[in-house]
Design a protein around this ligand. Structure first.
Ligand code: PAF
Length: 281
């Protein structure tokens, strides 16, 4: 695996792959790689000859009171995992390369509608930060395809819309959430949880499963959302949101909507976890 730290080196190297007719797939990450990220790298191989992973803890997508400084940075371990997964290129830009004039002076990519609710409401500016950095990485790498985990379902929809609206010639591929045997979705933020909290956190996916079954049996959305939040409280979560949505628009479903997703975010102690469940009725 070749590690590149400058935009120029990345461009020169990938130009050679492109000239050789190779297809390029991108897996953007913020590092602290777990089996979910490695699964994305392995899946990327099915779409491309050259797989590029990026590690950049993007300050633009963190709010002022969020965990930017505490966000786990485990570069050596990440590099070992990527080598074992046969990733071809690792791009590791610095904050100064990505935002040479600072965040306040930087152009922002904003995706209206899909960015506004749920995580967008709880984390103002978050999706602008994500859309901006992903656009920049797309422009630097110019991949044929890019892979994202569906645990961040709203992020996936925002990126899909950005690519469509800006006519970016990239296939955006959503890869199903990887889970622990308990059902807990893999996430870098699980590392903040104690063993006891991790055991309790399984209630998030269990509540999503309970809610989808209740809806399929005809329960009303309002009733299910209210009861689900109550279940989360009993499991010692502090719910942020638990919302049944149209899986495409992320708006409230109409009675005719078949494709649904339930989006959930909840605090276990000081750790905010998200998960979702996509199903048809
Ligand atoms: O999902 C993530 O890890 C980040 O939001 C992403 C897509 C790498 C952008 O910083």
């Amino acid at each position: 695996m070749q590690t590149l730290t400058t935009i120029q080196a990345l461009r020169e190297t990938l130009a050679q792959q492109r000239t050789a007719g190779q297809r390029i797939a991108l897996v953007p990450t913020m590092g602290n790689l777990h089996a979910g990220h490695i699964h994305l790298v392995e899946q990327a191989r099915h779409y491309a000859d050259a797989v590029v992973c990026t590690i950049f803890v993007n300050p633009m997508q963190f709010g002022p009171n969020e965990d930017l400084d505490a966000y786990p940075r485990t570069l050596e371990l990440d590099q070992e995992k990527l080598r074992a997964a046969q990733c071809d290129f690792l791009f590791l830009p610095s904050v100064a390369q990505m935002y040479p004039l600072g965040l306040a002076q930087h152009t922002v990519v904003s995706v209206p509608g899909l960015s506004s609710g749920y995580c967008g409401a709880s984390r103002p500016g978050h999706f602008e930060g994500v859309a901006t950095v992903v656009s920049k990485l797309f422009n630097m790498v110019q991949p044929h395809s890019a892979l994202f985990g569906l645990k961040d379902y709203q992020q996936f929809k925002v990126i899909q819309k950005m690519v469509a609206d800006l006519c970016q010639p990239i296939d955006v591929i959503g890869v199903p959430t990887q889970r622990e045997p308990s059902g807990l979705a893999l996430s870098s933020r699980n590392g903040y949880l104690s063993t006891e909290q991790k055991a309790k956190a399984v209630a998030l996916i269990q509540t999503l499963q309970w809610a989808s079954e209740a809806l399929l049996q005809g329960a009303s959305i309002d009733e299910v959302e209210a009861q689900a939040k109550q279940r989360l409280v009993v499991a010692e979560f502090k719910p942020d949101y638990f919302s049944v949505c149209d899986a495409d628009s992320l708006e409230a479903p109409s009675p005719q909507t078949k494709a649904l997703v339930i989006l959930a975010a909840a605090w276990m102690g000081k750790t905010r976890l998200i998960d979702n469940l996509r199903f048809d009725r």
